[in-house]
Design a binder for this molecule. Structure first.
Ligand code: BGC
Length: 743
């Protein structure tokens, strides 16, 4: 048997060399079937079992004896958290001792960089720069792939409208259109044009589905929403990722309308594999199959395994439900053989497409790992992406940029010299030595002779104010004052829900103490989510929102502070005034009682103690220059269902610096069978303009631009009038037009 297998592998390898390419589709299908015919029930189940392992080789590996034996016996299909050429080679060698020598897939959460840490995904989304986002994913893939990794658990494409939910940090924000575009860019960046390239990895669209809408913003909590909302708002980024060829999907921890997503045949079989014709495989989230018992949806682990496999969850991540029960379920006729086979076929197909049967070690090359991880271009790219992710929220009296020859600068705050916090969560293989703090970045920029006065003031979560006096004195001695505050890296991310969105600890009081000196205070805020900071918003001279900007964050922030880079980021999430306003999105729905006059809100859809408007709107972000919008032209005022209309306008840089603007197109469907939001993003362009430069910008509107999901879940574009709005933010509309869709 083994000889035959070797012969088959050899022939296939020769064929692929002869073809000069990785295996072709038909070829893969034939090889998968050939292998499947030779697999036992246990070996098939093994392909669906994913284990986590860290430092399983070398000294101390005895404690992993059972896991290592399972790998050798072909009872494991994939590993997560094994990384680096040395370790992946060693573990792969064990898998190749198994009867059929089926290679393992090595997977890892490469979320925003592997060795080179990029801004957290929400920060990258604030760049609205699809090329930059694609490039970030490409570099992450290149480094990970050079270190033996085949597969990343990214991008997270969950829509997030509730900043209490800490995982908004990992996504692209609140908007379905922007989120779908970014999902595609990330998939392209991670995977490249075709699976199997040595500098790319397989991507994962996660978490399918609805995870971002956890009740009360509490991670892992239940989700309950109308099917129309699900299809209209939450599913499109997943569909976009599937259409872009994402290799895998990950299901989700949450229940959706009462059914755990992991056990949802509607999501995984009907929608994903049925309607969307998806051919990749679905991995569960960490132990989410086992958690079907905890949810009260399955009585025991065996029942959980049956529900999950039947619902279309192909691979069990660390749940041990398939490894313990699936063979018996199939042997006992409780799960159909064809259901098991379909899952196994999907997993094997990816292994063939990645070229692992031709060379199981092809991603584990020590020389390549050394060279790629030392590539200096990666830091330059990370700096560029980080600069683009920064959002200038406020800049009164042009407090920024600082003059490079400002005599003295006070740099204050708990995060001014932070390194680890700049990286944010999901750091897998970073090198702390490479992180540039904001203070480092500033030191690298200022003119010789400039005096820096540094004072911490307090810690991120401090409860006392004993350091304030020193900070106030430092501010008093300086010509300009910079305060760096925000969250520490571990306050946003998975399991980091917050009920209070304020600056942690006494940081707001530190700002108050500095503001009381009467000196203009420029504030940089680090965070993985929109925070609430009304005092700072009211009284700071300027605010730069830096998210967690990654290893080059300090340089990027300094580039903006001193004007070497003109900020161009725009908010991908609405910033509320208070926690009481969340969940919140610019996509407010119309009501029968809209607020028409802010002075009179009685019996109107309003708060008695807060305006409805956010602190900073979706799409907001300032520049050091100014842009003018003019001359809106529609190629036709009326269109039929099959027509396209071009909307064009002139964008001019009316300031004195070169700068980039993100021009945004919104629509509003005036009358429809399902009430539509007051505005919906339908297009954007990021353009760089020199001072005085004017450019014609064009958007094309077709049926799809005007369509929505109706009450029967059909995509329809209903005849009638549509408002077109073009501007620099959802609350800064500069041009308006009307378009009519005919029957
Ligand atoms: C997260 C996933 C992640 C997985 C593996 C889970 O807790 O929800 O997003 O990919 O762990 O680390």
């Amino acid at each position: 048997m083994t000889t035959n297998v070797n012969k088959a592998l050899l022939l296939a390898a020769l064929a692929s060399v002869a073809a000069g390419a990785m295996a072709q589709d038909g070829d893969v299908a034939r090889r998968v079937e050939d292998l499947m015919r030779r697999m036992t029930l246990e070996e098939k189940v093994g392909q669906l079992h994913q284990l986590s392992g860290r430092q399983m080789t070398g000294p101390g590996s005895e404690k992993f004896a059972d896991k290592l034996a399972d790998i050798r016996a072909g009872r494991v299909g994939s590993m997560l958290n094994v990384k680096g050429v040395a370790e992946t080679r060693e573990i792969q060698a064990l898998a190749l001792q198994s009867r059929l020598k089926i290679p393992l897939l090595f997977s890892l959460d490469v979320i925003h960089g592997y060795r080179t840490v990029f801004p957290v995904p929400l920060g990258e989304a604030a760049s609205w720069d699809l090329d930059a986002i694609r490039e970030s994913a490409r570099v992450a893939a290149r480094e990970a792939a050079a270190s033996g990794i085949h597969w990343t658990f990214a991008p997270m494409v969950d829509i997030g409208r509730d900043p209490r939910w800490g995982r908004v940090m990992e996504g692209a924000g609140e908007d379905t259109y922007l989120g779908s575009q970014i999902a595609v860019a990330r998939v392209q960046g991670f995977q490249g044009p075709k699976l199997g390239a040595l500098d790319r990895v397989m991507a994962t669209a996660k978490h399918f589905a609805g995870y971002g809408a956890a009740i009360a913003g509490r991670d892992y909590n239940a989700v309950d929403m109308s099917e129309q909302q699900l299809h209209e708002v939450y599913l499109p980024p997943f569909k976009a990722a599937a259409d872009a060829g994402v290799a895998t999907f990950m299901n989700a921890f949450n229940t959706l309308n009462g059914v755990p997503a992991t056990a949802s045949a509607v999501l995984q079989r009907d929608i994903l594999k049925g309607q969307w014709g998806y051919r990749g495989f679905v991995v569960s989230d960490w132990a989410s199959i086992k958690e079907l018992v905890e949810h009260g949806h399955a009585a025991d682990l065996s029942e959980a395994a049956r529900q999950a496999i039947e619902a279309g969850s192909d691979m069990d991540m660390e749940g041990y439900a398939y490894s313990r029960h699936l063979a018996a379920l199939v042997a006992g006729g409780k799960v159909k053989q064809s259901v098991l086979d379909d899952a196994v076929r999907r997993v094997l197909t990816k292994k063939f497409e990645m070229g692992l049967f031709d060379d199981p070690y092809r991603f584990s090359d020590a020389a390549r790992e050394r060279a790629v991880l030392a590539d200096p271009s990666h830091a330059r790219i990370a700096r560029d992406v980080a600069r683009k992710s920064l959002v200038l929220l406020k800049n009164e009296g042009q407090a920024l940029p600082f003059a490079k020859d400002v005599g003295s600068l006070a740099v204050i705050g708990p995060l001014a010299d932070a390194r680890r916090d700049l990286e944010g969560g999901w750091i897998v293989q970073s090198d702390p030595q490479r992180v540039v703090s904001i203070l480092d970045g500033i030191r690298g920029q200022v003119a010789p002779g400039m005096r820096l006065v540094v004072a911490k003031g307090c810690d991120v979560a401090c409860t006392d104010t004993s350091g304030f006096a020193e900070a106030v004195a430092a501010a008093g001695r300086a010509d300009a004052v910079l305060l760096v505050v925000g969250e520490s890296w571990d306050m946003s991310g998975e399991a980091k829900s917050r009920a209070d969105l304020g600056l942690p600890g006494r940081q707001a009081a530190l700002f108050d103490a500095l503001a009381a000196t009467g000196k203009p205070v420029v504030v940089v805020i680090l965070a993985g989510r929109p925070l609430v900071f009304n005092g700072v918003a009211d009284r700071a001279a300027a605010i730069l929102y830096a998210w967690f900007p990654g290893a080059q964050g300090g340089n990027a922030v300094a580039d903006v502070l001193f004007g070497d880079y003109n900020p161009s980021g725009k908010l991908p999430m609405t910033f509320p005034r208070s926690v009481g306003q969340v969940p919140i999105s610019y996509q407010q729905y119309r009501t029968g009682r809209p607020v028409v006059n802010a002075a009179n809100v009685v019996y109107r859809s309003a708060y008695i103690d807060s305006p409805n408007t956010p602190r900073y709107a979706f799409g907001h972000g300032l520049s050091y220059t100014t842009f003018a919008y003019s001359d809106l032209v529609l190629s036709e005022p009326v269109m039929g269902q099959g027509d396209k209309v071009e909307v064009s306008f002139t964008l001019a840089n009316t300031g004195r610096r070169a700068g980039e603007e993100v021009a945004q197109l919104y629509i509003r469907d005036r009358v429809s069978s399902i009430v539509r939001p007051l505005m919906e993003l339908k297009g954007f362009r990021k353009l760089k303009l020199e001072p005085g430069e004017r450019r014609t910008v064009r958007f094309v509107i077709d049926r799809d631009t005007l369509a929505f999901t109706d009450g029967k879940l059909r995509r329809v574009a209903e005849p009638g009038e549509f408002d077109l709005m073009i501007g620099s933010a959802s609350d800064a509309i500069r041009l308006r037009g009307t378009l009519t869709l005919r029957d």
